[in-house]
Design a protein around this ligand. Structure first.
Ligand code: COA
Length: 334
């Protein structure tokens, strides 16, 4: 059976930079640059301007990724799109991206909901679809607009300071003879912790889905049990990373580059230390992107390429943890 490889990568960040100082200036938020920097490593993030959609960002990132892969739009035959912040409640954003990229050419679009683990879920599914020959060139997209759903008061400050808007895309296609492709991946979920990191409303379990009272209580904003998420994120990413290393008969010494989901610089420092991988063999972008959920790992790929840390045939280990809880890891040859 043929293997798949990542042929190209692209990213898009909105123009508007929002620094910690700008958040500090929002009196009701009651936060500070010092607190955010010390606890998370974040210095700034980007927010979309009104009218700019998640599908718009995904379009720009896709154009870049297709060009980076040396392909044209005509080569793409499937879309897998991950987002926790679709432009509308339904349909998912995949169809809007299909329209922007292909117009009258109808291309299948699969929307996935795996939050910060979306990239790993999407890439794993894309790999299987390429291996079986079902499709030839798949866009795996992550696009998120957090800025329009954040609580800019003290009530929501723990979550609000963390997130930023962005999109990123990889193109997955057939690997050449001898290329190792995706050596191993692992995907997990544990729904008993769903309400420890979630956005509750509007919800179809409620009649009606949302009320003025729920809005007054802030139940339409994301909520998080920060300390608990922090501990699980470190433990589960390390566990999953070790799982794919074992599955493929490799050790951390074999890994050229580690790309971790960008939720908190302290989480990543702990995880990389537990994996016994030197910090030079990783790239973090959270300082200037914040947490961009589904978009984070391919943004790190772009940055690693820019820094000369990601080269042809390198062995890359990626891991992510997010809402659900969901988590996973992948070991692949670049
Ligand atoms: N600015 C200023 N103070 C803040 C704040 C903010 N933005 N957010 C919380 N605080 C305050 C708290 O109210 C608390 O005050 P208190 O001691 O008076 O009660 C204090 O800071 C400590 O809060 P705590 O939640 O214990 O801080 P922490 O060290 O755990 O850091 C997070 C908070 C959110 C940075 C951290 O828990 C985290 O990163 N968790 C994981 C987040 C994550 O990964 N989310 C996405 C998963 S994909």
């Amino acid at each position: 059976m043929r293997k798949s490889r990542i042929l190209g990568v692209g990213m898009y960040l909105p123009e508007r930079v929002v620094t910690n100082h700008e958040l500090e200036a929002m009196k009701e938020l009651e936060t500070s640059d010092e607190w955010i920097r010390q606890r998370t490593g974040i210095e700034e993030r980007r927010y979309v301007k009104e009218g700019e959609s998640g599908a718009d960002m995904a379009y720009h990132a896709s154009v870049q990724a297709i060009e980076n892969a040396g392909l044209t739009r005509d080569d793409i035959d499937f879309i897998i799109l991950g987002t926790l912040s679709p432009d509308y409640n339904f349909p998912g954003n995949g169809v809007y991206l299909q329209d922007k990229l292909f117009g009258d050419r109808t291309v299948g679009a699969l929307d996935i909901r795996n939050q910060c683990s979306s990239f790993l879920y999407g890439y794993t599914v894309a790999d299987s679809l390429i291996r079986t020959g079902q499709f030839n060139h798949i866009l795996v997209v992550g696009t998120e607009i957090h800025s329009t759903a954040l609580d800019f008061t003290k009530r929501g400050r723990d979550v609000t300071v963390l997130f930023g808007d962005a999109a990123s895309v990889i193109v997955v296609g057939p690997a050449p003879e001898g290329h190792q492709g995706l050596l191993a991946s692992t995907l997990h979920s544990e729904g008993k912790y769903a309400s420890d990191l979630w956005m509750e409303a509007p919800a179809s379990v409620y009649h009606p889905r949302i009320t003025a009272e729920m809005v007054a209580e802030g139940r339409h904003y994301p909520k998080m049990n920060g300390r608990m998420v922090f501990k699980h994120a470190v433990t589960r990413m390390v566990e999953a990373a070790n799982e794919v290393l074992t599955k493929s008969g490799k050790t951390s010494d074999d890994v050229d580059l580690v790309l971790l989901h960008q939720a908190n610089l302290r989480i990543n420092t702990m995880a990389i230390n537990l994996l016994k991988i030197p910090e030079e063999r990783t790239v973090n972008t959270i300082m200037w992107t914040g947490n961009t959920t589904a978009a984070s790992i391919p943004i790190c790929m772009c940055e690693a390429i820019k820094q000369g840390k990601l080269k042809e045939n390198d062995l890359v280990l990626a891991a992510a943890f997010g809402a659900g809880f969901t988590w996973g890891a992948a070991l692949f040859q670049w």
